[in-house]
Ligand binder design. Structure first.
Ligand SMILES: Cc1cc2nc3c(=O)[nH]c(=O)nc-3n(C[C@H](O)[C@H](O)[C@H](O)COP(=O)(O)OP(=O)(O)OC[C@H]3O[C@@H](n4cnc5c(N)ncnc54)[C@H](O)[C@@H]3O)c2cc1C
Length: 481
């Protein structure tokens, strides 16, 4: 450590989805705030997130005749998560969600005119309560960035390229501050009355992921900044991790060529949502066996079936007829990009017979041959062993195609245990002045072992705002925000 410790009212660790609103609110209420950000820019996961939000009981819903409320939102989250989400924190999140949407809209949020809607990428809500900006997560950042810039002209100090190394805790249940590493490599202490940890998850760290996710491998479009270092620092200070057992993969995702874990951007995933595009292909595991009705309307059912498959891998298998006649499986890819992928991308295989295809893709050849024969019989008879009803064409015309997909991760499931006031729980109870918001709480805290639309970005914003105000001693009732 070099130099005398700096002192401030509040340190916010991570200038992302939750950290920016925390700093903005604290500064608005007069606090001196230091924001520590490891990256060379603010924004965190908002640069790549879809930024979908959810709230029940907003003015936008009312203007479209949708009768909704935080209570109905709560019931729906618990229904979708099969009661595996944390009811106390879900209640807190849904009660703040409408105010979060109103605040974004009052701040010039570029709301898509189609919102709110029922979306189907995740298990759908019963009501239209998902909102999104025309520029996905960037639309949220477009609101936060100017407000944050204004705050940095006042009482907020931003330290970019600076990372939390250690939380300093001299007495049980309290932190005195933290040690950071500045861009020149030197270590500095900062003393603070309150520390808010908003350092995100670990969905960009393939080494750490299996440790906190019961051995499951990482594949996903996670931000490289989501390396779990803030979570580890809190654990070293006595914080507890929960949610390791509540991992559920997102259904599908193709790796970037050359990467062992990073997928292409979510926008470039194959279209595997039957409500958007009915499947013409079959999905098989490494044994060459199907494991689910590819057109099952419940994505939760398909995700849970995928969870049982070796290494969370499956291959989407089809033929020349399907490639020619079906709606595009890769809607954002040009034919040239697909040709290039089949020529050189390790996840894409093409061959004139099924046995060669299986060998090229790394599948069991006998299993694949049996599966395709059985599927073609199902197409002829109209009766499928998995109950699939969309059976448009057999898989019969060479060349045959196989594309390796993964159960992917958009948000890391496990995170810090906190109490109902978002105080980090240590061995002796809650830390009185170490609070946390965002994905560092674990994505499963508010979605359980499932995915619930908007239940990461919205609570990250809402909880961030709430904690910023609380640090300043201001009212945190959702009605006053
Ligand atoms: C492709 C994709 C699409 C998604 N779509 C949706 C969606 O539509 N709706 C939804 O609800 N959720 C979605 N999510 C999840 C959601 O975006 C994230 O959970 C949320 O943005 C995380 O917010 P956060 O503030 O916790 O973390 P971030 O926004 O990631 O911010 C954390 C910040 O902390 C910094 N940091 C990390 N460690 C340290 C350290 N040691 N010291 C200093 N700084 C540190 C990071 O650099 C980063 O800037 C998506 C995720 C992805 C990857």
């Amino acid at each position: 450590m070099t130099g005398r410790p700096a002192t401030t009212d509040l340190v916010v660790i991570g200038a992302g989805t939750a950290g920016l609103p925390a700093a903005i609110e604290a500064a608005r209420h007069g606090l001196r705030v230091t924001v520590i950000e490891k990256a060379d820019r603010i924004g965190g996961t908002l640069w790549r997130s879809w930024g979908q939000l959810s709230a029940g009981g907003t003015s936008l819903q009312r203007s479209k005749g949708i009768r909704d409320s935080p209570d109905l939102h709560f019931d729906d989250v618990m229904r979708i998560s099969k009661n595996t989400a944390d009811p106390v924190l879900v209640r807190l999140a849904v009660s703040h969600a409408p105010a979060t949407i109103e605040w974004l809209m009052e701040s010039g949020f570029d709301m898509d005119p189609e919102a709110p809607a029922v979306l189907h990428f995740h298990e759908p809500y019963l009501l239209a309560r998902t909102y999104w900006g025309r520029n996905a997560g960037r639309s949220v950042l477009d609101v936060l960035a100017p407000a944050f810039e204004e705050a940095t002209a006042g009482s907020v100090t931003l330290e970019l390229n600076t990372e939390l190394v250690e939380l300093l805790a001299s007495a049980p249940g309290r932190v005195d501050g933290l040690t950071v590493r500045r861009p020149d490599g030197t270590l500095h202490d900062i003393e603070a009355r309150v520390v808010i940890l908003t350092s995100g998850g670990y969905a960009g760290n393939p080494e750490l992921f299996p440790r906190f996710t019961a051995g499951s491998p990482l594949a996903g479009p996670g931000s490289p900044g989501a390396d779990g270092s803030g979570l580890l620092a809190a654990v070293a200070a006595g914080g507890r991790v929960r949610g390791q057992e509540r991992f559920l993969p997102t259904y599908g995702g193709v790796l970037k060529s050359g990467s062992s874990w990073e997928t292409v951007h979510l926008d470039d995933y194959p279209a595997l949502t039957p409500q958007a595009r009915q499947p013409w292909e079959i999905h098989v595991n490494a044994r060459g066996e199907r494991f689910v009705a590819e057109d099952a309307p419940s994505v939760d059912l398909r995700e849970n079936a995928l969870l049982e498959q070796p290494e969370l891998k499956f291959w989407v298998v089809y033929d020349a007829t399907i490639r020619r006649e079906a709606p595009a499986l890769f809607p954002t890819w040009s034919e040239t990009e697909l040709d290039d992928a089949f020529a050189g991308h390790p996840s894409f295989a093409m061959a004139d017979d099924l046995r060669t295809l299986a060998q090229a893709a790394g599948l069991d050849a006998d299993g694949l041959a049996r599966t395709v024969a059985a599927y073609n019989e199902a197409v002829a008879s109209g009766r499928d062993e998995f109950g699939r009803t969309h059976l448009p064409a057999p898989i019969a015309e060479p060349p045959f195609h196989a594309v390796l997909n993964h159960g992917s991760t958009l948000k890391s499931p496990a995170g810090l245990a906190v109490d109902g006031e978002l105080r980090v729980l240590g061995p002796d109870g809650p830390f009185e002045n170490l609070w946390a918001a965002g994905e560092v709480l674990g994505g499963s805290t508010l979605s359980g072992k499932s995915f619930v639309s908007g239940m990461s970005v919205t609570p990250a914003l809402g909880f961030g705002r709430m904690l910023g105000r609380r640090a300043a001693g201001a009212d945190t009732d959702p009605g006053s925000m």
